[in-house]
Design a protein around this ligand. Structure first.
Ligand code: FAD
Length: 379
């Protein structure tokens, strides 16, 4: 009934991603953390290795993998550096609205060339006054002949500075709340689209996060995603897969921190023996391992449900809040096990702890994900 073994393809992709993370991401993670820059060469290498656009169908230039395999790969990449892996993996969220609601022509026209060239996209929902309450967004879309005219400012947009394509959510009428929200595909070259403030962040510093400004941006009607008023539903469906992805990211960061803590606990000697032989430290390590294993199972289960074509919104939300809370706890404990060394930049664990914090906030804060999971239970 239950088989936890990975297929040959999954094992091969896991090994590929693990090697890529070890050779390409981990060695430069601290440098990008200190001096954030666009990791164009790493994105190019990941693209060449087949580690981008994991769940996008092969018909549009993606890898055509299932969500479980994508979770396995994502755990490996994020164990190397979650911020760099986020820049490599951003298309999975940013292009999801096109896969969820795009026409065949839109998928061919926008996804195929983007993926063939190894270019990247951005998902533009959040605004200054519309974060958790995304339904209150005020970026306007007004129909003018055969175009919509977009005006507004999107905040906290991952890859906002560098994207070639933007999936943008705007409202036809703010008074209609979620019923007025409509999705659009906006190429970078569209006049009136510009980049504003770039955020200076606590962690995941290699993840570019910027304001995207839309000023009289004319978007042809054929770039609308789905029907008018369907945008909120499209955004939420896109986030379901995104949340499984974040759960896998959290497992990757937590595992990296755990492995560092375990190695340190074996090698650091105090009171004449390795600190890991002290029961208090061994118990911490045992709790960390159990939490990581349970987070991984929640992520894989949500991914598996999605792969079966079954509803998985509640399970995605539960995996997201649980796994990211685990990552926060495990990375904090990894710093603790490292003692004073853990608090310095000579060791990687303080970065894991800063990086983990963000995962409790984006793609719906963990409070909002608990609301989603809770309302799923009451349905
Ligand atoms: C680095 C980074 C990258 C991001 N990338 C993207 C992106 O690519 N695209 C995009 O569209 N957005 C992105 N976001 C935005 C992100 O999704 C929002 O920050 C998040 O949804 C929270 O919104 P907010 O920051 O406005 O917080 P707020 O909504 O103001 O929340 C503040 C606090 O109040 C709590 N709260 C709010 N409402 C409730 C409630 N009903 N019940 C209980 N608690 C509540 C929250 O949980 C939180 O603790 C990103 C954010 C960051 C920081």
């Amino acid at each position: 009934m239950i088989d936890f073994s990975l297929s040959e393809l999954q094992l091969a992709m896991q090994q590929l991603a693990r090697t890529f993370a070890r050779n390409e991401l981990a060695p430069v993670a601290a440098q990008y953390d200190r001096d954030p820059a666009f990791p164009g060469d790493l994105i190019g290498k990941a693209h060449a290795a087949g580690l981008m656009n994991l769940t996008c169908p092969a018909a549009y230039g993606g890898q055509g993998l299932d969500m479980v395999t994508a979770a396995v790969i994502t755990e490996e990449l994020t164990a190397g550096c979650v911020a760099l892996a986020g820049m490599i993996g951003i298309n999975s969220l940013a292009c999801a609205p096109i896969l969820v609601a795009g026409t065949e022509a839109q998928k061919q026209r926008f996804l195929t060339p983007l993926n063939a060239a190894g270019k990247t996209a951005a998902f533009c929902l959040t605004e200054k006054e519309a974060g958790s309450d995304a339904g209150s967004l005020t970026t306007r879309a007004e129909l003018d002949g055969d175009h919509y005219v977009l005006n507004g400012r999107k905040r906290f947009i991952t890859n906002g500075s560098y994207a070639d394509l933007y999936t943008v959510f705007a409202t036809l009428d703010p008074a209609r709340r979620t019923a007025g929200i409509t999705g659009f595909i906006v190429p970078r070259s569209t006049p009136g689209l510009s980049v504003g403030k770039v955020e200076d962040k606590m962690g995941q510093r290699a993840l570019n996060v910027a304001e995207v400004i839309l000023q009289d941006v004319r978007v042809p009607v054929e770039n609308r995603l789905g029907e008018e008023g369907e945008g909120f539903r499209i955004a939420m469906l896109s986030l379901d897969e995104g949340r499984v992805n974040i759960a896998a990211c959290a497992v990757g960061v937590a595992r990296a921190a755990f492995e560092a803590a375990l190695a340190y606990a074996k090698e650091r000697v105090q009171f004449g023996k390795p600190i890991g032989t002290q029961q208090a430290v061994a118990f911490m390590l045992a709790e960390m391992a159990a939490a990581i294993d349970s987070a991984r199972l929640l992520a894989w289960h949500a991914a598996w449900l999605g792969d079966q074509g079954r509803p998985f919104g509640r399970e995605a939300a539960q995996a997201k809040f649980y796994a990211t809370d685990v990552a926060m706890r495990v990375t904090t404990d990894a710093v603790q096990i490292h003692g004073g060394n853990g608090y310095t930049r000579d060791y990687p664990v303080e970065k894991y702890m800063r990086d983990a914090k963000l995962m409790q906030i984006y793609e719906g804060t963990n409070q909002i994900n608990r609301l989603v999971a809770g309302s799923g239970l009451m349905r």
